[in-house]
Design a protein around this ligand. Structure first.
Ligand code: HEM
Length: 493
């Protein structure tokens, strides 16, 4: 065959491929919610700001309404926005919208053996077990409070040692918060210079930044292709492996020293459960699933809380009058001679409201984790097939003008009534909602209250630039909202 006929055949083949792909897309889109027109294979890539996917999703909401279709790669997904639509989906129809959707930045490295990225009976069993075990170890009870306060004391000591010289808080806060969850999982906290703690916090921070950047967004859209391309996303596997290896060492040691009558921590409880279910063929508790669930809990429990603390301190430096009001409340309720306790929380409405406002404003996990539809459904008049990827846009809840008068402004009064008492707002979903709601919510709330109050009881944070120059906008928004880097001086009160 001559080269010209080969070329003609190739062009015909390509044109037919493109026409058929468009016909498939048009058929798919005809029953789905409205949304921008994708192109074959690349989807809506050219309409997405990959370094700040959240800003794209918010703009598309303004154009297409609270429920729209977006192709994050070759397949269509549905984005749900605003409190009302998200409540209808995640809470009122949680059996349909409560499945976990594919999330390659985690799923490709962790597999189906964990809690956060599994579905079905295994997810249900492991989630129930984790909640129960964390509760037995004091989640929501006093013993965990003591662990958090103990860690807050270590951090206060570290902060005192900075002697007012400029520091970046990222590593300090990450190590302290990682230690809280490590003490629950592994049975002991680490010294702040322990190589294992440094490896855990560096791996988590590094993955959180990659997942929140262009690389993470592209990896989620085109995982197979990205495996062949160089870039920072190639480090994600190594980072996960580092945490896995540390957990595997702890598990080995626990197996040798296990006393079934005296479980010391999460690992012991899991090993006991594995023994109990050894004869059950399809048990959800087996050797591989232990380090994987630990990875979920460490990852979920570290970066989220430490980022909220870091972001919160940045905001307080921008609004020192708010920091002073919290300190005044601490002085009145707790004083300077004892540690704060969870029992103080009800008597400290301004502090509590400010923490709620931190979580709203910082919006640390802006697009939650992906969900998917467990069966075909009709939602607000649109047909959504089984297995469609659902993106719950939590930012649109936290910045919903129907629920917050001036959502772009930081304002603790969003959570205070006229009498200065704490007031709830439905449009507050930092932990998402429904059956997939964050399983660390109560631990996280305790940590945020006890760390903020302990730190502000002891210190005032001073910025290196004037408060007007402090920038609050996140530097990246994907899996997480990453606050701008800053240094500050920690001055004893
Ligand atoms: C400020 C702190 C935190 C925030 C903002 C946060 C936020 C979230 C969000 C938005 C989700 C996704 C829920 C969904 O799919 O709809 C989630 C899931 C999860 N979080 Fe958190 N989280 C925080 C702290 C924690 C802590 C302390 C832990 C560990 C104890 C944790 C462990 C998990 C796990 C294991 C999941 C997966 C749950 C499942 O799929 O069933 N998180 N979190």
């Amino acid at each position: 065959m001559e080269w010209s006929s080969t070329l003609v055949l190739l062009v015909i083949f390509l044109l037919s491929f493109i026409i058929l792909s468009y016909m498939k897309i048009l058929k798919e889109k005809s029953t789905l919610p409205p949304g921008p027109m994708p192109i074959p294979f690349l989807g809506n890539l050219f309409q997405i700001n990959t370094s700040n996917i959240v800003s794209t999703l918010m703009k598309l909401k303004d154009k297409y309404g609270p429920v729209y279709t977006l192709y994050l790669g070759p397949k269509p997904g549905v984005v749900i926005c605003g409190y009302k639509a998200l409540k209808e989906a995640l809470i009122d129809q949680n059996d349909v919208f409560g499945e976990r959707g594919d999330y390659p930045v985690f799923h490709n490295f962790i597999g189906d053996h964990d809690i956060g990225f599994t579905n079905g009976e295994s997810w249900k069993n492991r989630r129930r077990f984790a909640l129960l075990t964390l509760r037995n170890f004091g989640m929501g009870k006093k013993s965990i409070e003591e662990r958090i306060l103990e860690e807050a004391h270590f951090l206060i000591k570290e902060f005192k040692n900075t002697n007012g010289s400029p520091v970046n808080l990222t590593v300090y806060l990450a190590r302290a918060i990682a230690n809280v969850i490590c003490s629950i999982l592994y049975g002991n906290r680490f010294d702040y210079e322990d190589k294992r703690l440094l490896a855990i916090t560096a791996s988590i921070y590094n993955n959180f930044c990659i997942m929140s950047s262009t690389w993470g967004t592209l990896y989620n859209m085109f995982p197979d292709l990205m495996e062949y391309l160089p870039g920072p996303h190639k480090k994600m596997r190594r980072n996960f492996q580092d945490i896995y290896d540390i957990s595997a060492d702890f598990i080995k040691h626990h197996e040798k020293t296990l006393d079934p009558k005296n479980p010391r921590d999460y690992i012991d409880c899991f090993l006991i459960k594995m023994k109990e279910e050894a004869d059950i063929a399809d048990s959800s508790f087996y050797a591989k699933s232990l380090p994987r669930t630990i990875q979920n809990l460490i990852f979920g429990g570290t970066e989220t809380v430490s980022t909220t603390l870091r972001y919160g301190i940045l905001i307080l430096m921008k609004y020192p009058d708010i920091a002073e009001r919290i300190q005044e409340e601490i002085d009145n309720v707790v004083g300077r001679n004892r540690s704060p306790s969870i029992a103080d929380r009800n008597k400290m409405p301004f502090t509590e409201a400010t923490i709620y406002e931190f979580m709203r404003f910082c919006d640390v996990i802006p697009i939650s984790l992906p969900h998917s539809t467990a069966k075909s459904t009709v939602f607000r008049g649109f047909s959504i097939p089984k297995g469609t990827l659902i993106t719950p846009l939590l930012t649109s809840v936290h910045y919903d003008p129907e629920y917050y008068t001036d959502p772009t402004k930081f304002n603790p009064y969003n959570f205070l009534d006229e009498k200065g008492l704490f007031k709830k707002n439905d449009a507050h979903m930092p932990f998402s909602a429904g059956k997939r709601i964050c399983l660390g919510e109560s631990l996280a709330r305790m940590e945020l209250f006890l760390f903020f109050t302990s730190l502000l009881q002891n210190f005032t944070f001073k910025p290196m630039v004037s408060k007007e120059e402090l920038e609050l906008k996140p530097t990246a928004s994907g899996l997480g909202s990453v606050p701008p880097e800053f240094k500050c001086c920690i001055l004893p009160r």
